[in-house]
Design a binder for this molecule. Sequence first.
Ligand code: NAP
Length: 407
Amino acid sequence: MELCRATAFSWTHTVSTSLHVSLPLSKFETKRLSIWCASDQTLKANTMTVSITGATGFIGRRLVQRLHADNHSVHVLTRSKSKAELIFPVKEFPGIVIAEEPEWKDSIRGSNGVVNLAGVPISTRWSPEIKKEIKDSRIRVTSKVIDLINDLPDSVRPTVLVSATAVGYYGTSETQVFDEQSPSGNDYLAEVCREWEATALKVNKDVRLALIRIGVVLGKDGGALAKMIPLFMVFAGGPLGSGKQWFSWIHLDDIVNLIYEALSNPSYKGVINGTAPNPVRFAEMCEHLGNVLGRPSWLPVPDFALKVVLGEGASVVLDGQRVLPVKAKELGFTFKYSSDRGIGGVWDDGWGGRKSRRRLRVAVDLDNFTFSHEQRRKARRLVLCQNLTSRLVMVSHQLGRLVPTTS
Ligand SMILES: NC(=O)c1ccc[n+]([C@@H]2O[C@H](COP(=O)([O-])OP(=O)(O)OC[C@H]3O[C@@H](n4cnc5c(N)ncnc54)[C@H](OP(=O)(O)O)[C@@H]3O)[C@@H](O)[C@H]2O)c1
């Protein structure tokens, strides 16, 4: 019999890896030993090997850290080994496997589960080429992963695939509420999500598939916030667009926990919305962000100014959707950042203070999300014009009320 963790065993008989027990065991001791052996077997059985595409990204990095910390084996499926090795240095991540595309097949073959997170980021200025790449990159990687899984013999095929998609599936609305049963929208991002999901659905029917429709992920180390902060810097803070658009967010820790749970819990299958239970209007989110960044949130940023900077991609921040995590709640998933603290809870997590602000700005720089001088000037001019006009309107309105009428 093999015993692997003698350290966890507080018992008087000598126990080694070859199980040497010098005295005959009493009935009670035999029972304890068998319980311990069984629990050790369970622990071993619960240890997973997980292959992850997009592991070097914002969500992937945290997921790898979690899995690695819990002694699961991780295979990072990447386009660039050298980039991945910098992100996961062997000293901090001993035993981690980093595989470039030709080696993905062997990695997936040895895995119990696969997580598919890869895709070119969407929060950039959209051009026709970028729009094409937003869709193609997702379909390409997902197709590849599905083919590799499906081509494996049953005995070595992973049993679960957790594949990312997004709340953009539902389209946008200021009034509707969306859950997993809601139909898809009819804009560009809805089309991307539909095709992305349809590709993942081609996985072998014996593989449990969890499709996570992810909301805007908030976390200290980058992600959506790192993309929004430059907008605040350029425009001196203030709600973007009308501020009435819905913002279905989720904290990084919660989305990672949800993916982790979907890997290990057989009840997690089909579409699951990965959003916090309490979406907010964008103005509320901007108010919190303005406070954290020390920028007042009273100068509204008009739609057209954002479009100058982001092009059609401005729709990502100008239009939103109110999405509820009905399935996750039914499954009993516990959100760490839940409705009692609301989105405000995200900022309690050590955001205040100069150090975090500096960190946020560094994250922005690293993300290479910079505007050209010309774009900046153009956008500022537009905002200035808009604000001057609205102020003039306000002043003339006030004057109109002060000046007595002569009729
Ligand atoms: N973060 C959010 O708020 C959010 C919201 C909704 C949905 N999602 C979805 O969740 C997934 C993970 O999000 P994330 O924020 O962690 O993404 P991310 O930080 O942008 O990272 C995605 C990863 O995809 C790979 N990738 C980038 N460009 C690619 C291309 N042209 N072709 C193939 N692979 C490419 C990269 O990995 P390698 O360089 O190692 O190959 C990259 O690290 C994405 O698919 C995203 O659309 C995210």
